[in-house]
Design a protein around this ligand. Structure first.
Ligand code: NDP
Length: 277
């Protein structure tokens, strides 16, 4: 996805994947900085650790408590600019700035996939309270959803998340049980569904009785989890997490390059890579 986007933007860069032990994250970031890397993407558990490592953190990444994108910046004419937006000969002192492009990507994907104008006032059942659920819930509160039902295997984590949402002065009504009425949107932000033997992330009886309007699963591989399949058979509109993956990547490329991301090309590359289509 990123290499297809980079090529379309005609940037002479390459996007590469590296396995990094969490204990060596700091050295890895320093190494990349010394080698004039343009930027980095980070995944679990590095996203959380990087919050404490980057030189500067974007306020929203701080709010979500996770950095998934690092932009290396250099000083040019007294201003800090992304290394990817200056000539290589102009790179001098370099610092790291951490961003989070995940949270906006989930909202963008939900709105696009369900052809929905906005989430204001919506009733949402969110399954999970891990890293992805956390930024999703805080971001949904920002979108002014009306009610959120937070369900998690470890109930206290859902309650902690609720307390964080309330700290942001959100007006959203929070509950920690299954809703008694149907909801506009159910989101699976648990890891249940990644493996074929996984149980459903939701109480099947509730799903059958309430038939929510829209069901979103953050998992994108498999393309249709057993949860999404059940929901589709019940007549719910369904979408998987591919759009979320796409938009977090597109935004990262924009931060590095300063150019509009070629989303169509990136989506096609992603579909080829993930589903072979
Ligand atoms: P975390 O490990 O932070 O959270 C995992 C969540 O799943 C927790 O709520 C955990 O509950 C729950 N869970 C795990 N195992 C079970 C189980 N056996 N029964 C019930 N609940 C369980 O992971 P992330 O938040 O990073 O990721 C969550 C999901 O979102 C994953 O499937 C991941 O692939 C997907 N994702 C998709 C992205 C995309 O771009 N589409 C981006 C990021 C994530 P508990 O708190 O009780 O442990």
């Amino acid at each position: 996805m990123q290499n297809a986007g980079i090529e379309a933007l005609k940037n002479n860069w390459r996007y590469l994947a590296f396995d990094v032990h969490p204990d060596q994250l700091r050295q890895t970031i320093d190494g990349a900085k010394a080698m004039n890397f343009i930027g980095l993407n980070l995944t679990v558990p590095h996203k959380l650790l990087a919050v404490e490592i980057v030189d500067i953190i974007d306020p929203r990444a701080k709010k979500w408590g996770a950095v998934n994108t690092i932009v290396f910046e250099t000083r040019k004419s007294g201003k800090w600019v992304p290394v990817g937006q200056v000539d290589a000969t102009e790179i001098a002192e370099v610092r790291t700035r951490g961003f989070n492009t995940d949270a906006d990507a989930i909202v963008q994907s939900i709105l696009e996939d369900f052809r929905w104008n906005n989430l204001r006032g919506a009733s949402v059942l969110l399954l999970g309270a891990g890293g992805a659920a956390r930024s999703c819930a805080l971001r949904l509160a920002e979108e002014k959803v009306g009610t959120m039902h937070l369900i998690n295997r470890t109930r206290e984590k859902a309650q902690q998340l609720g307390a964080e949402i309330k700290k942001e002065n959100s007006k959203v009504s929070l509950f920690y049980d299954y809703p008694v009425t149907p909801v506009d949107l159910v989101i699976n932000a648990t890891s249940l569904g990644l493996k074929p033997e996984d149980s459903l992330p939701i109480e099947l009886d509730w799903l059958k009785a309430k038939k929510p309007k829209r069901v979103y699963d953050m998992i994108y591989r498999p393309a249709e989890t057993p949860f999404l399949k059940q929901a589709r058979k019940l007549g719910c509109k369904t979408a998987n997490g591919l759009g979320m993956l796409l938009y977090q990547g597109a935004r990262a490329l924009e931060l590095w390059s300063g150019k509009k991301a070629p989303v169509k090309i990136m989506r096609e590359a992603l579909l080829r890579e993930v589903y072979g289509v």
